[in-house]
Design a protein around this ligand. Structure first.
Ligand code: G3I
Length: 400
């Protein structure tokens, strides 16, 4: 039995971590992370594998004394070892983290994440070679002067970034979000950024990014990643992503899959999650059918559940989150083009949602499989059951 299989079957975890100093978000001189309760039965990835699926999560960078979702945190590492065979850096491989300047790279943070992940037998995704949105560019890039020949200068900068990352990590990264969120959900247009203004068009930026990634990482799955959704009001975002995908195919740009972030949510106050569930399939299957008809595969890249429209009472809220998530996951897992499903964290304790989108009632969002004390919730059971019921699919085709 390999190390991963052994860890995945581990029942009694009981990891207790003592963090010296103040931990972010936890009071007291020495923060105590609660013990991870044992959970009988195989982990999520072990349930997924016989179906041709893999389960993963994002990993934060370890910060001294910080209570974070990193593998340096024994409690979080225990969950990852139990439930995951795949990982992705939450922030450590973004331009803001690795590119402090036009002529400087700093991979120390991601190197540590990758080392710790490989020791645990985790496969690694690369997120992201380019978040095509000025809001998330480093300040120096937005203000950069591309000189008298901006097209060539910007293309050289972008190529250098993609080549530097891809060549540094080689086959240690098996799939990349080459471009993230290039479509403006407000009108479906492609975002204008400092790079696209210098290179002449957003299409030129995407084509350079994907072609360079293919040349520098011929083994890797290349993904366009975005957060489109099915609800009324998201039509322009879906149509904009479909136009982007059609354009990539028309221009012969090498893209293997659409990353479906899956930050799903119940946003408007609702007392009937069944009504919300009934509203998913029609528009969402129509969108996904058009994507796979273009020959794209699918990756669920950042799954979590935003529950602000649900009543605060936890037992009922957890049941509704689980029912909503199960309905969504059954749709996604019905596509044989899907092999990898990653959560954007495993425990509510470290979810980005806690700061990004607090509930109006001030209660903590409960959108991940484990609660803030590492206890499995009904959402964990819903995810595990959806995986167990998923149709078996061929493994993701290896790129030669
Ligand atoms: O590391 C610094 C820290 O040194 C500093 O003291 C602190 C206060 O400014 O900021 C810290 O950086 C923060 C970083 O998360 C690490 O915690 C950034 O400000 C903050 O903007 C960043 O937020 C991340 C966000 O992407 C923007 O990069 C979230 O953690 C992360 O969950 C979120 O993930 C995105 C995906 O990449 C793309 N899809 C949507 C998803 C959710 O927004």
């Amino acid at each position: 039995m390999d190390r991963r299989a052994m860890l995945a079957g581990a029942g009694a975890l009981g990891a207790v971590a003592l963090l010296p100093g103040h931990a972010a978000g936890l009071a007291g001189p020495a923060s105590r992370i609660p013990a991870v309760p044992p959970l009988p039965g195989p982990g999520l990835d072990a349930v997924a594998r016989p179906r041709g699926l893999r389960i993963g999560t994002c990993l934060a960078q370890a910060r001294p004394g910080a209570d974070a979702g990193s593998l340096a945190n024994p409690a979080y590492a225990a969950l990852v070892e139990r439930d995951c065979g795949l990982a992705v850096p939450e922030n450590a491989l973004k331009w803001q983290a690795v590119r402090p300047g036009p002529d400087r790279f700093d991979f120390a943070g991601f190197d540590m994440i990758l080392h710790d992940a490989e020791r645990r037998g985790l496969a690694m995704r690369g997120h992201t070679l380019l978040w095509h949105y000025d809001k998330w560019f480093p300040r120096w890039l937005i203000e950069h002067d591309f000189g008298a020949h901006p097209v060539q200068a910007a293309e050289r900068m972008l190529r250098r970034h993609v080549e530097t990352v891809c060549r540094r990590y080689g086959t240690r990264i098996t799939s990349y979000d080459v471009v993230n969120e290039a479509v403006d959900p407000a009108d479906g247009s492609m975002r204008s950024t400092a790079l696209s203004r210098a290179m002449g068009s957003p299409e030129a930026v995407l084509d350079v990014a994907f072609h360079t990634a293919r040349a520098a990482a011929p083994h890797a799955e290349l993904v366009y990643n975005d957060y489109m959704s099915w609800e009324a009001g998201n039509e322009k975002h879906r149509e904009g992503v479909l136009r982007l995908l059609e354009g990539l195919r028309r221009r012969g740009t090498p893209v293997d899959a659409l990353g479906v972030q899956s930050h799903i949510g119940v946003f408007a106050p609702t007392t009937s999650v069944e009504e919300v569930v009934a509203g998913i399939a029609p528009a969402w299957r129509s969108f996904l059918d058009r994507v796979v008809a273009m020959g794209y595969r699918l990756v669920v890249t950042e799954f979590d559940v935003r529950d602000r429209g649900l009543a605060a009472a936890i037992p009922q809220r957890d049941r509704d989150v689980a029912a909503f998530a199960r309905a969504y996951l059954d749709i996604m897992l019905s596509y044989p083009q899907l092999n990898d499903l990653l959560c954007w964290g495993l425990t509510d304790r470290y979810s980005w949602l806690r700061s990004f989108e607090p509930r109006p009632d001030g209660q903590a969002t409960r959108g991940l499989p484990y609660d803030a004390d590492f206890r499995a919730k009904p959402l964990y059971v819903a995810l595990r059951d959806a995986l167990a019921a998923a149709p078996v699919r061929p493994p993701r085709p290896a790129r030669t």
